[in-house]
Design a protein around this ligand. Sequence first.
Ligand SMILES: [Ca+2]
Ligand SMILES: [Ca+2]
Length: 361
Amino acid sequence: MNFKTLFTLAILITFVFVNCDQKKTSNEDKTIKIETNTENVETPEGMVWVASKTFLMGGKNGDKYAMPREKPSHNVAVDGFFIDNHEVTNKQFKKFVDETKYVTVAERPIDWNDIKKDLPPGTQKPADLVLEPGSLIFNKHAKGVVSMQDYGQWWAWKIGANWKQPEGPGSSIEGHDNYPVVHVAQEDALAYCKWANRRLPTEAEWESAAQGKFEDNIYSWGNKYEDLNANANTWQGKFPTDNISEDRFEYISPVKSYPANSIGLYDMAGNVWEMTSDLFNVNYYQMIDATVVSKNPKGADKSYNASNPYQTEYVMKGGSFLCHESYCASFRISARMGMEPNSGSDHIGFRTVVTKDMLMK
Ligand SMILES: [Ca+2]
Ligand SMILES: [Ca+2]
């Protein structure tokens, strides 16, 4: 473990133990009347129209996994927008890089002066070798994990890991055109967005898209936990040492490997985490007046996470192929975690959105 890994890990994963026995809810699916894309704007290829609607954001009644930072639930109204029907793929990201010659954060030399601003005062500079370009990868060979609080047992800083060689030197994305791009930092995702005339979704937009035709689902497929493995790439077995892959994929999967949600969106739960433009503040929902409908909320004014006080964090959504039911129930729509914007990992990607206004400019 090096310094960067340690502190980035605190951002990538917030572990809250949950009650494994609470899997059922009494909620029934309820569809709501939604508008269609009627304003004569052609739907961009690979995108889906998410209609304007009012829905319940945050931890739902009956969701035993809901964490304090997801509460209280509150009604929000979100205008319609288009969203990618799947996570941005290697093929899509390669087109952007080929056209722009963009170099991702994970491929650039690490500037100690930049990094130390996000670390506790007095942190010693590590050896230059540690400051080689790289990214975080999941350690597939973790054994004998004794403390679930010691993330270093299953995360490793891999010099040379980046979007083109996701597992480090010698690996490649050959044959993986339709896999989600990973090892992208927020800066990289924003550069892609700018090139493509897109932007990242707000957290509220992301939840609106995940709800689809519904207004208060716990999961993107409905309210039944039992349907998880049929609908999302997560982790079954004993995390992080024994993955029995009841959902068919041990690690990352091609996009569209599972059924779409009610409006045609794939992998809103699991596979790779997805970035949003909202700052991550664990107290944000408690600061909202839940008695009024919040219109197009853009998140907290300030990032706050007591377990990672030296970093500005952004909200990421949906969980990943590493999410385990007894450990990280982030395959729920309301789940929210902090993401440090300056680096990536092998289980964080993104999808983009665009509004009609953006398309007509
Ligand atoms: Ca899996
Ligand atoms: Ca996803």
